[in-house]
Design a protein around this ligand. Structure first.
Ligand SMILES: [Zn+2]
Length: 487
């Protein structure tokens, strides 16, 4: 490292508030978020007025909400001043920042569609191009790629929040985090994670190979004690390595599954193989990748409420739904400078969960585990909604199964479901058990009974006969005139 780089690193470290939180604090993320509220309280008479106290003292959930609404108003004013898109959108809607006083008022603000961002990314840009430190592209699972602009402050803040989150799940300066996102080319979560570890004085190793043995070798060479990566890939490594290596001897402290939904079947398998907690992480490129992380209660993911305002709405009406009620997540970035987004549709289905949490968090909210994407939802038979997670829970617990894809076709008036299952070992029992598990699903059995689908077919392929790729397209729909694509 050059002297200049070292100086920069030292400056970055001093600016990061996660640095002031000790290793071993299981409340690191909440403390980090509360510090942001305290700083803003000191700085802003408006927030003091909204909260209605001169001394902040202990921060409660209501104070966090007031802080979020205060930041929402600020951010709204900022984008109306600086972004072409929002100036026109909000003026046309006749809405002003001061109109937003309560949580319900948020529903007056128009939604931002991902398609708008994809079509004209520069109309969202709020700073001069010389201030843009990084441009991220989304992985484009749903069509056109979107571009997001981050300033130096944005990048440092994201890195800071990741460092706080890693401390929360038990990472210390004695640990090594292995970062495993093979075949993810369009965006780079590894870069932010690696950066977070560096500035926080923690060790990390980026290992992007799809080769399982090489991943295991990297773990041994680096003394890896924590893993983060693509959910389907971490699962794959577990299934393929568990027969050949004593995975429990690695002394893994935590495994963090990212970028794809984590089924309970996958979680159980990984916990029993490695002997450590397996946690879900969720984020979007549009929000700087890191918005939430699960705690050891396995009952939802803690949000970074200081930087994101998250609402859960009924996708059909756009109205807020209650605590733990299923709906679509809508995000607002409260601190972003480059291309902040206001009430941005995620198309991800989950729920909002109010604190407190069994882990001890009191002020920070949670979202439920993401169940799938609204546009990955499809219908079979009568119009019964199916998601990849439904089949994950059924098929993945079958011994020997590594991954699968589902192809949907139309045969006369019936739907035909063909599951291509990648497996290890003797094929005959795998096929039998997969069929058994599928036929046990209500969604399948009732559709067969009513003669709306043909009995599902299972095609087995041996492990490694296809190249690993991220599982964003588990269900491939080839039916003609198919109208269930939402949007
Ligand atoms: Zn918790």
């Amino acid at each position: 490292m050059s002297i200049l780089q070292r100086v920069k690193l030292a400056i970055a470290r001093r600016r990061l508030s996660s640095q002031r939180i000790a290793f071993g604090s299981d409340k690191a993320l909440e403390v980090w978020e509360e510090n942001k509220v305290r700083n803003e309280f000191k700085r802003s008479p408006e927030l003091r007025k909204a909260i209605g106290r001169d001394e902040l003292g202990t921060i409660g959930r209501r104070d966090m909400r007031e802080y979020q609404l205060h930041k929402f108003r600020q951010q709204m004013a900022y984008v109306m001043e600086n972004s072409y898109y929002y100036k026109h959108k909000f003026e046309a809607a006749g809405i002003r920042p001061e109109d937003i006083r309560t949580w319900d008022d948020l529903q007056k603000v128009p939604i931002t569609e991902p398609a708008d961002l994809a079509a004209e990314p520069f109309t969202f840009l709020c700073v001069s191009q010389s201030k843009v430190m990084r441009v991220f592209s989304t992985s484009g699972t749903t069509g056109t790629r979107k571009r997001l602009f981050y300033t130096q402050n944005d990048v440092l803040n994201i890195v800071d929040s990741i460092a706080a989150a890693l401390k929360t799940v038990g990472m210390t300066d004695k640990d090594t985090l292995q970062i495993m996102f093979p075949a993810v080319a369009a965006w780079d979560p590894g870069l932010m994670l690696d950066g977070a570890c560096k500035v926080a004085g923690m060790r990390s190793v980026v290992s992007s190979t799809a080769d399982v043995d090489e991943q295991i070798r990297t773990m041994k060479d680096n003394g890896t004690t924590m893993m983060i990566g693509l959910t389907s890939f971490l699962y794959r490594v577990t299934i393929l390595a568990k027969g050949r290596y004593d995975l429990r001897s690695f002394g893994m402290k935590a495994i963090i599954c990212s970028a794809e939904p984590l089924s309970e079947a996958m979680r159980r398998e990984m916990i029993s193989s490695w002997g450590c907690p397996v946690l879900a992480q969720y984020g979007m490129t549009e929000m700087g990748l890191a918005t939430s992380i699960e705690c050891d209660q396995y009952d939802g993911l803690h949000l970074n409420d200081a930087d994101f305002l998250v609402e859960c709405v009924d996708p059909e009406t756009g109205k807020h739904v209650g605590d733990r009620q299923p709906g679509e997540l809508i995000f607002t970035s409260l601190s972003m400078e480059g291309s902040p987004l206001i009430r941005y549709r995620s198309y991800d289905l989950s729920c909002a969960i109010e604190p407190p949490c069994g882990c001890g968090f009191r002020t920070v909210g949670k979202i439920g585990k993401v169940q799938g994407r609204l546009d990955a939802q499809t219908k079979i038979g009568y119009g019964q909604k199916i998601y990849p997670l439904l089949f994950d829970e059924a098929i993945l617990p079958v011994p020997g199964v590594i991954s699968y894809t589902l192809q949907l076709e139309r045969e006369g008036f019936r739907d035909r479901l063909t599951f291509t299952v990648e497996h290890e070992g003797d094929p005959a029992p795998v096929k039998e058990k997969v069929l058994e598990a599928l036929n046990a699903l209500d969604e399948i059995s009732s559709a067969i009974e009513n003669d709306l689908i043909s009995p599902p077919e299972v095609v087995l392929i041996p492990a490694g006969s296809v190249e690993f790729s991220p599982k964003s397209k588990t269900i491939i729909d080839k039916r003609p005139n198919y109208d269930a694509a939402q949007k």
